[in-house]
Design a protein around this ligand. Structure first.
Ligand SMILES: [Zn+2]
Length: 669
């Protein structure tokens, strides 16, 4: 038989990594050896006379992939199959990795070499630009004493951020409210009440704390207004000593950005984001606020009237909102998870999701029988289907969906292999893990999902296909690699939107015992209850985002911080909180986490996701296949190879319309 030369030419690595770790005990040692070898290879590249992209950045990306293939199974296993052994291996590995990455970010010889590389290829150009930017932002260009100062600032900032969180945690744990009269806990859900019940002086009492589940239980269901106010006051005045920590954090962030040549921290932060400049972010948030404010006022008015009729409340306060909203919601929709759960059987939901993704994006999932870290894990190969109906393997996905004792809580997507062409010309295919914590199945009962769980699964799948559908040839910008931080949630929120649509839910919402489809009434309620008080919710998020962003546009100290917050509230908040409220002392996203000058990202990505969603779905719930295929081709397959706004422009020939988000929430201005 004569072989066609065409077939020989394709050098594609059809194989995927096998999931296994040989010896956890030796893992850190083997990692250390791998890093040592990579150091030597990078030194060789740096000291060579090579000047081309192919000889410098190609092998460096191969090394990145090698490191990721080696390390991801451990970090994954540590999260989904945690044991003393995985913990030990993980904890010993982390310092090795951070030392390595900090060495790389300060490697000025390598930086000098990368800075000189030129290329005609746009993907490679983006890799070069990203590399240069990240070197510069880590201070590689600074004179020695300023470099030392930068290091000092970074160290100090991470201490302050810990201190902020610790103060908050201590204050949260110090407080308790003891309620003795059972009349005051009527209406609290039994599970929360059980958690609150305790003994004091041989008497049964109810103890509420500032831990979120306990605090929320009373604020949402607690009938005694005086107790609600007491709890609210305690919560919103926690950790007053954080005022000083905030001043110090803001001062150091300002100093750091100025050291690097920026006017302020917001400008520094935007350097690596999709949003281009400060006024764009501010006007984006202000426009959304303007469009939402009229409805938010109506929503609050409705609540006011409701609270007055129900309990004769003359002036509704911040500590009434949660309680009366819940009462009003119950009156309007009256359904909960126990009603919907029987219709969301895990296997059926997953099958439905895969069908939808297959139909939207012309792919096929093929179930595999692999020996993995747990019996309940499902894996699939993914095939692209072209216009002629021919199939081509394109990626692999793993689903680990059920809660287990040795598994970290929450839900996430973790990328493993990336799609790219290596320095030898071999094509690598992508793979990813989707991890959730749904209630486990047993021999008697299947795993039943809450509607929130269904949304979570769609969300994580959105992240996964962003990584898996990549067709990029440069690893650093392929899939979720190199995607700007403020648009990372766009593809996940995009897919999440489908999980509220009647026509979509109808595909898999069947009762697990009777096989009856979910009623139209219930399907409608799911959608409507999602948008209950949507405008008030929107404005709350915008208040946080505007406060965060403006706070980093100039140096605010002392009372100026509160004054800024007051000004924003005066403009956009339908209800002004009591004077004693010191929200900022507990704003952990910003001062204890990595969201400084970045809280706007939630809404930024959401606008893209809403606009893209309405482009891909028709009014009757059917798909606009051409647009969906375009979304795959222009957005998902391009990863971080261009800025998202540019990819979006290339897909639809226009910018995302901010009003799409207003439409998604059914807000009427
Ligand atoms: Zn996400």
């Amino acid at each position: 038989m004569i072989q066609s030369p065409k077939i020989i030419k394709v050098i594609e690595k059809m194989s995927f990594q096998t999931f296994k770790i040989e010896d956890l005990g030796e893992f850190p040692e083997r990692l250390d050896r791998l890093l040592q070898r990579q150091r030597e290879e990078i030194d060789n590249i740096t000291n060579s006379r090579e000047r081309s992209y192919e000889a410098i950045l190609k092998p460096i990306q191969d090394m990145d992939e090698e490191l990721s293939l080696f390390f991801t199974p451990l970090s994954h296993l540590n999260s989904v199959s945690n044991s003393a052994k995985t913990q030990k291996a993980y904890e010993e590995s982390i310092p090795l990795l951070s030392k390595f990455s900090s060495e790389m970010s300060q490697n000025s010889a390598l930086f000098a070499k990368i800075e000189k590389i030129t290329t005609d290829d746009s993907e490679a150009q983006k890799v070069i630009e990203d590399e240069i930017r990240s070197f510069i932002l880590s201070g590689v260009n600074l004179p020695k004493e300023k470099k030392l100062l930068m290091e000092e600032i970074s160290l100090h900032l991470s201490e302050l951020s810990n201190q902020f969180s610790q103060n908050l945690l201590d204050a949260t744990n110090e407080y308790e409210l003891i309620i003795e009269d059972s009349v005051d806990v009527e209406g609290i859900p039994s599970i929360d009440l059980l958690n609150a019940t305790t003994q004091r002086d041989d008497k049964e009492v109810y103890r509420f704390t500032l831990q979120i589940p306990s605090y929320m239980a009373y604020m949402t269901y607690g009938t005694n207004r005086a107790y609600r106010e007491e709890l609210y006051r305690a919560y919103s005045t926690r950790a007053p000593q954080n005022a000083k920590v905030i001043d110090e954090i803001l001062r150091l962030k300002d100093e750091k950005s100025k050291l690097l040549g920026f006017d302020n921290y917001a400008e520094y932060a935007l350097e690596s984001r999709d949003a281009t400049n400060q006024s764009e972010v501010i006007s984006f948030l202000e426009q959304l606020a303007l469009l939402s404010l009229p409805q938010a006022k109506r929503e609050l008015e409705e609540l006011r009237v409701f609270a007055k009729e129900l309990d004769g409340i003359e002036s509704i306060e911040s500590y009434d909102i949660g309680y009366y909203s819940e009462r009003l919601k119950k009156e309007k929709f009256d359904f909960d998870d126990t009603v919907t759960k029987p219709y969301f059987e895990q296997e059926r939901v997953l099958a439905g999701l895969l069908d939808i993704v297959a139909e939207l994006f012309a792919v096929r999932f093929e179930k595999l029988e692999l020996n993995l870290w747990h019996d309940s894990v499902k894996s699939y190969n993914i095939y692209d289907i072209d216009e002629r109906g021919d199939e081509k393997i394109s990626g692999r996905i793993y689903f680990d969906l059920e809660a287990r004792e040795e598994k970290r809580g929450g839900a996430w997507m973790n990328d493993w292999e990336s799609h790219f062409i290596d320095s030898q010309g071999d094509i690598h295919l992508a793979s990813a893990f989707v991890v959730c914590n749904f209630s486990p199945s047993s021999s008697d009962n299947p795993s039943l999902l809450r509607h929130d769980d269904v949304v979570t699964l769609f969300h994580e799948m959105g992240h996964a296909i962003h990584h898996l559908f990549s067709k990029c040839k440069e690893r650093s910008v392929s899939g979720i690699n190199g995607v700007a931080w403020d648009v990372v949630e766009f593809p996940s929120q995009f897919l999440e939107n489908f999980a509220y649509e009647k026509a979509i839910l109808k595909r898999f919402a069947y009762h697990y015992e009777t096989s009856d489809p979910m009623s139209d009434l219930l399907l409608d309620k799911i959608k409507e209850s999602k948008n209950f008080q949507a405008a008030m919710g929107m404005l709350r998020q915008i208040e946080f985002a505007l406060f965060d962003f403006k706070l980093h546009q100039s140096l605010y100290q002392g009372d100026e911080v509160q004054e800024l917050l007051d000004t924003i509230r005066a403009d956009i908040s339908p209800l002004i909180p009591p004077k004693y409220n010191k929200f900022q002392h507990g704003f952990a996203h910003i001062f204890g986490g990595g969201y400084a000058a970045g809280y706007y990202s939630y809404k930024w990505a959401e606008v893209l996701s809403a606009d893209a969603f309405f482009s891909c779905i028709k009014d009757d719930g059917g798909f606009d296949e051409e647009k969906a295929r375009g979304y795959k081709k222009y957005i998902l397959s391009k990863g971080g190879s261009k800025n998202m706004s540019q990819l979006y422009q290339e897909w639809l020939g226009r910018k995302a319309d901010l009003k799409s988000l207003i439409k998604l929430y059914e807000i009427e201005s």
